[in-house]
Design a protein around this ligand. Structure first.
Ligand code: CA
Length: 255
């Protein structure tokens, strides 16, 4: 019993210190907030709670969390406003957000995705499901953000550093949201091959089948548009394949 413990201690001191992930829970209903905080604390997370949007932004200003669980319906500053603010600030843009929504309408879900939420849970949800989602979002954030063998994807002037999470065009940094980054990586990893919107959604958003075709189309198309506009001339290499999806093709791939 002592050996694995010792090994773990040695590994953790040798490797980059792995801090306990900090989760900010933004929820105005005290019972739900307490339940979420209890579940996440039990999983080993460090949890802070905020009951309003203003409190949430103050908490984030104090210490940037590793993940935010955000209720949409808050008194005063709404969850969507908090999300928008988080995604517009460079310090918090990369923080994954799991949105809680009481509304079942798909339109609402998509609005949140367009604002940059990483995942959704519709109330009422099981605490177990919440914990699973939090783990999966953090795992994904780690996978795109840390050692993948320093892998670099290139296409013409475009360079994507998967480890550093950095995109440059002719050496100039391009600022992408985490979703746009994952979308670009999904396209580049299968360069020259067409991928459906559903495939791209699954890779870049981890969204599953409950979303209608029309809404899938809207979400993916909007992010592709934004991505293209940020990539300048390289944006033209993200091609629309009518009636199917998208593919990334360089001029050389085309000839
Ligand atoms: Ca609420």
């Amino acid at each position: 019993m002592s050996k694995p413990v010792l090994r773990r201690v040695m590994e953790s001191s040798a490797a980059k210190p792995q801090e306990t992930p900090r989760v900010l829970v933004v929820e105005d209903e005290p019972d739900i907030a307490a339940l979420i905080a209890y579940q996440l604390t039990r999983e080993g997370f460090r949890v802070e709670t905020a009951a309003t949007g203003t409190e949430a932004l103050t908490a984030v200003g104090r210490e940037v969390p590793d993940l935010v669980v955000l209720d949409r319906m808050l008194p005063g500053v709404s969850g969507d406003e908090v999300l928008k603010t988080l995604k517009s600030e460079s310090a918090t843009r990369g923080v994954p957000v799991l949105v809680l929504t009481a509304r079942r309408e798909q339109e609402d879900r998509i609005e949140g995705l367009e604002l940059g939420a990483d995942d959704y849970l519709t109330k009422p949800f099981s605490p177990r499901e919440l914990v699973l989602r939090v783990h999966s979002i953090l795992r994904r954030a780690r996978d795109t953000g840390t050692p993948t063998g320093g892998r670099i994807l290139r296409a013409g002037p475009l360079r994507v550093d998967l480890a550093a999470h950095q995109v440059t065009l002719d050496g100039d940094e391009v600022t992408l949201t985490p979703t746009e980054f994952r979308l670009l990586v999904a396209l580049l990893e299968r360069k020259g091959r067409t991928q459906s919107r559903r495939q791209l959604l699954e890779k870049a958003w981890d969204v599953r089948s409950e979303i209608s075709d029309r809404l899938q189309t809207r979400t993916v198309d909007m992010h592709v548009r934004r991505l293209r506009s940020k990539l300048g001339e390289v944006g033209d290499w993200v091609e629309t394949v009518r009636g199917f999806g998208y593919r990334f093709r360089t001029p050389e791939d085309r000839s």
